[in-house]
Design a protein. Structure first.
Length: 559
């Protein structure tokens, strides 16, 4: 069966033109930031959590009084989890709760004077959290007694029932293929646009990438595998999650389809167009409940975002296009014996670095190994080969001179990237095995801070990096919707770096605010062959002693 028609209203070339217009139009320049209100309108600040009212709610494990149905979580170290060394639990509501708690749940409540705000396991630009998650699963004890679609509400760690649908369709789709759950992610653009204006669409995609990685890693805690399903079009995701239902979103901000992942205790799962169609038909005939809550009473319309969202609408693609990643040898030198759940919950963004501490070369290289594609989670969750490479400002790595380095996550790009960069670079291989080149030796600190919107965190750590997307070629190969995937990949790389930093006793911070073309100038890049899409920094944090920290949920003790 053919996929749904590709982009209803715009030809591919028109859609691509919109993508380039949006991308260039939302760059930060030294003398001008991308368009936003320029101030924070506190009266319209979005509420931090969305809920669906008037529908049944299912509390999830781990929480007091929630039946664990004999579920006793396997203890897992971080390296065991990433290297797929955890025995699979059988599918159940408690294991789903365990997964969601450690992927998208609340990691802490912070307090300063009278202000109190939550943090989540997955990071988000400005802590605005545009990403919403939906779970689609068969009948399970502790959940509905029929296949259903649910919304995950992280504030209460509950699933809110959205739709009950036909058992036969679910069984035909997934019955004979191991135990499976679908997790769909959507974005509420308004959450980010409220603060960041037109650049917000990019941030929503970064955040989605972080969430994809968070789900992939948390799935390994229960011994399951997660993989993105390319066959699902945005329209199909919208139907499955019910975000296309006008009647459930009266006065509520609409959600934009993102992606869908199969999380399975058995073999990695694919989805044919026929199954997608059947499931969509089943939920359309299903019994729906719940109404989306409103986040703000007033809104500003950012039509540039609406335009790029339409231009990058994903028509779904044949799974035959899928490239599962080749394996780099990525095992940690040894199992670092770090409790995986504790590590996921302790991840934070650094607010400042001490500007002094160094990292040893071996630990630094190990971090870089783990962002290379291969068998280590989350990389097998992606269906495309790597499109993002790292231009690294090395500030404080022992036995490595300060300078500008390049980590190629796909060696095939070497000749093209070298030709695209300015001709004076050294291109000295740094290591026999790691695909890392030294381009220039100099004191990188001032320049790194400058290109990251003058943020000290980009200069005061061990290193900071610009993530270079293989832009033109990727959009030509996969079409305009892949603009989103490029940002997802940067978010996934970022999530790995966040966790590797924590594992090394350090801390990281994602940097969405950077000067785009000045970063390109550092490398001598012209045109759009490669574009810096996300910046990142790792170092030794300086804590803000004025903030107090409480547990994510009332039932958890403070660490
Ligand atoms: C896509 C993205 C962009 C970010 N950009 C910046 C930035 O430019 N500067 C900064 O200090 N923090 C930045 N952050 C960090 C967020 O502010 C942080 O994730 C958020 O406040 C939640 O805190 P947590 O990461 O400790 O959970 C960014 C995070 C993400 C995911």
């Amino acid at each position: 069966m053919p996929p749904e028609p590709i982009i209803a209203h715009e030809s591919r070339s028109k859609a691509l033109a919109t993508v380039y217009r949006y991308h260039d139009g939302t760059k930060h320049h030294f003398d001008q930031f991308a368009r936003s209100l320029g101030y924070l309108d506190w009266a319209s600040q979005p509420r931090p959590f969305r809920g669906f009212t008037d529908g049944p709610v299912f509390p999830l494990y781990p929480a007091p009084g929630v039946a664990a149905n004999k579920y006793a979580p396997h203890r897992a170290t971080f390296d065991q989890a990433c290297e797929c060394d955890v025995a699979a639990h059988s599918l159940g509501a408690a294991a789903i709760g365990d997964l969601l708690r450690h992927a998208l749940g609340l990691s802490a409540w912070k307090r300063f004077n009278t202000s109190r705000w939550s943090l989540r396991v997955n990071p988000s630009s400005g802590n605005l959290h545009p990403t919403e998650a939906y779970v689609i699963v068969g009948a399970l004890p502790g959940l509905a007694d029929r296949p259903a679609a649910y919304h995950y509400a992280p504030d209460r760690h509950v699933l809110e029932l959205r739709c009950l649908f036909d058992e036969g369709v679910w069984k035909r789709a997934f019955g004979g293929r191991g135990e499976s759950v679908l997790v769909a992610l959507t974005s509420i653009h308004w959450r980010e646009a409220w603060k960041y204006g037109e650049r917000a669409f990019r941030y929503c995609q970064h955040d989605l990438g972080h969430a994809i990685a968070a789900i992939s890693i948390a799935a390994r805690l229960v011994g399951w595998r997660a993989g993105l399903l390319p066959a699902w079009s945005h329209r199909a995701i919208a139907a499955l999650t019910g975000i296309d239902r006008d009647q459930d979103f009266i006065d509520a901000e609409r959600e934009e389809p993102g992606c869908i992942m199969a999380v399975t205790a058995g073999e990695p799962l694919d989805c044919a167009h026929e199954q997608v169609r059947e499931l969509v038909d089943a939920v359309r005939r299903g019994q729906w409940s719940g109404r989306a809550s409103q986040l703000s009473e007033d809104h500003v319309t950012w039509s540039f975002i609406d335009n790029v969202a339409r231009a990058t609408e994903d028509p779904g693609r044949s799974s035959a296009l899928a490239v599962r990643l080749g394996a780099h040898h990525q095992r940690a030198r040894h199992d670092r014996q770090i409790d995986a759940r504790a590590l996921l919950l302790q991840r934070r963004s650094a607010l400042a670095f001490d500007g002094q501490t160094t990292i040893d070369r071996v630990t630094f290289f190990e971090m870089l190994w783990h962002v290379l594609p291969g068998s280590r989670t989350p990389w097998p969750s992606l269906w495309w080969d790597p499109r993002v490479h790292l231009a690294i400002f090395v500030h404080r790595v022992e036995e490595l001179p300060r300078g500008l380095y390049l980590l190629l996550r796909d060696r095939h790009v070497f000749a093209r990237l070298r030709a695209a960069c300015q001709p004076d670079f050294l291109w000295e291989a740094v290591d026999d095995a790691l695909p890392l080149w030294c381009l220039a030796r100099f004191d990188t600190r001032t320049l790194a801070g400058r290109v990251s919107c003058n943020q000290d965190i980009a200069a005061d750590g061990f290193f900071s990096a610009g993530m270079l997307g293989d832009f033109d070629a990727s959009l030509q190969t996969f079409g305009p919707s892949f603009y989103r995937h490029l940002f997802w990949e940067t978010g996934i790389v970022g999530q790995v770096l966040y966790l590797e930093a924590e594992a090394a006793g350090a801390r990281a911070t994602g940097i969405g605010c950077f000067y785009d073309d000045p970063m390109h100038d550092v490398l001598g890049l012209r045109g759009h062959a490669f574009q810096s899409l996300y910046h990142f920094t790792v170092g030794r944090p300086v804590e803000d002693a004025r903030l107090t920290t409480g547990p994510g949920y009332a039932w958890e003790k403070t660490a």
